[in-house]
Design a protein around this ligand. Sequence first.
Ligand SMILES: Cc1ncc(COP(=O)(O)O)c(C=O)c1O
Length: 374
Amino acid sequence: MDFIPVNEPVLNGNEKKYLNACIDTGWISSEGPFVTEFEQKMSKTVHRKYGIAVSNGTAALEVAVQALGISEGDEVIMPSFTIISCAMAVTKVGAVPVLVDSDFYTWNMNVDEIETRITSRTKAIMIVHLYGLPVEVDKILELAKKYQLKLIEDAAEMHGQTYNGKPCGSFGDISTFSFYPNKHITTGEGGMVVTDDESLAERCRLLRNLCFKKNIRYVHEEISSNFRFTNLQAAVGLAQLERLEEFIIRKRQMGKYYTEQLRDIQDLILPIEHTNYAVNIYWVFGVVLGEEVQADNRLVQKLLAEEGIGTRTFFWCMHEQPVYQKQKLFINESYPNAEYLARKGFYIPSGLALTKEQMERVVIKLKKVMAQIR
Ligand SMILES: Cc1ncc(COP(=O)(O)O)c(C=O)c1O
């Protein structure tokens, strides 16, 4: 029986046509015309004035943090339960991530803890929307205003999602996206920074491209990176963006099907279908083992793999990262909900190419494995 991968993208729209145009015209580098078109269209979908496409979502966060001038000794508040890209963007510039725990049910950062973590060194809050539901943005906007903090919104997983009707990617000073193939729209690898601030946008463009001095090529006053995004990536991105609404509908259908089929499994916590500010877009369909289950996620994932089902573990907390422990960061810190999610959460196949038959098989096998470990 075929193995069901955890994710497979759908690339059967205009991707080939636009890619052929790149090859026919010879425009395959970051100088090609699709890059600007993709930046304009993507930023428009999230109601931002400027979009700066970069090589991936991690680069987007690095560019965002540096563009805001966050540097040595500054503190940035973020969830412990997230991808390391968020913390790395901060530690790379010598600043310090200051962590908060997660909400047990939305899996997003616990907004009520943020104020207690603000100090005189706090420079910014990094919002990270996870797994399909946005963070409660309003509360954070209020705090940012009250304490005059910068706001970075990591919307890597939130293409097409809204918070109280406003697009994710439109909040705060600067927002970032990833276009990795498990995202609702993909460019293979890719990312984007979006903002309404012209000077920030200009700064991001410089940081993406080695900080070339304006009008004097090969003369540099700052250290930066090459985070450029190619015309080939933009070709795929444009074709994907044309189908964003369709993809959101598809993901929600998948979420509904899995929820209906899995809701009776004892000791399995499913994603919340909606909150009072958003309807889940199921970046991926995550599940969390209940407290009665002795096994951790890795054991269940191993059993599912033996049944031909691909899964991926949830993120590992920032305060438990060996690399940061070595640097003596987050000593004796504990975030119980985040630790629980990291040990008990994983996601099941939920890529856009998944068929009904494959989903049916996932449900059967997950039920079997859950009965086995009980
Ligand atoms: C919330 C979040 N931020 C940042 C990233 C990093 O994006 P990339 O893999 O494109 O570097 C990811 C990737 O999955 C993510 O989920």
